[in-house]
Design a protein around this ligand. Structure first.
Ligand code: ADP
Ligand code: MG
Ligand code: MG
Length: 207
């Protein structure tokens, strides 16, 4: 299987999973937001997955870049530019192909861009709470512990899961949920949750 096919399969799996989780993500967003996160994610990744034919001739990094631009033009809200812009930016790191090394660079560039654009640090009850532990765990597993990418990704998924749980008891400091102040406490963040679902599907595809 070529890298391009692996990327396209991952995209299909992510789109399918987000469609399955549409209602769940919408429920999470209805508690502390405007009840559109499920629809936003389903629409964005659905449109990207629909471009499979168009992507068939592209290099893996170009496919990833185009997924980003598709999300930017179809998701909207806070999550569209965060997901789309960051995927687009980070795709540069995959120009030489997808290896353990370039995947770490991609993950770090993606996280940096999300933090840069959104201005959220860990503890603001956003997708950053899932991403920071996931990206740090992935990088450490590969660079320090010498684990193969698949095992590193499995550890990153576990870390993201803990990050999602961590969003429940804390108060939102960024995004719509922050308008609720203390009333956001006790609810799981939708964007951290969709981030976890995406990582789970990347792992599932790689397995
Ligand atoms: P909107 O809030 O515009 O309706 P979505 O519902 O699609 O957009 O996405 C909401 C998610 O976006 C939140 O759950 C949170 O994880 C993420 N988010 C919102 N603002 C920020 C931010 N400044 N930095 C990082 N993530 C953010
Ligand atoms: Mg919303
Ligand atoms: Mg919205």
């Amino acid at each position: 299987e070529t890298q391009r096919e692996a990327v396209l399969d991952a995209l299909d799996n992510v789109a399918e999973r987000l469609a399955e989780e549409k209602e769940y993500l919408t429920d999470l967003d209805s508690a502390i937001g405007d009840a559109d996160h499920g629809a936003n994610m389903e629409r964005g990744f659905g449109k990207a997955a629909d471009k499979r034919e168009e992507f068939a001739e592209m290099e893996p990094n170009e496919v990833v870049k185009n997924v980003g631009t598709t999300l930017i033009s179809n998701v909207g809200g806070a999550s569209g530019p965060l997901y789309g812009g960051s995927i687009m930016f980070a795709s540069q790191e995959l120009e030489g192909g997808i290896t353990a090394e370039t995947s770490v660079a991609f993950a770090e560039a993606y996280l940096d861009k999300v933090k840069d654009r959104g201005g959220a640090q860990v503890g603001a009850k956003t997708m950053v709470d899932a991403l920071v532990p996931a990206v740090h765990t992935y990088k450490k597993s590969i660079e320090q512990d010498d684990l193969p990418p698949l095992e590193a990704l499995a550890k990153a998924v576990d870390a993201a899961e803990r990050g999602v749980a961590f969003t429940v008891p804390i108060k939102a400091l960024k995004g719509r949920a922050s308008f609720l102040d203390w009333r956001s406490v006790g609810h799981q963040d939708p964007g951290a949750t969709s981030t976890l679902f995406i990582l789970e599907e990347l792992l599932e595809t790689a397995e």
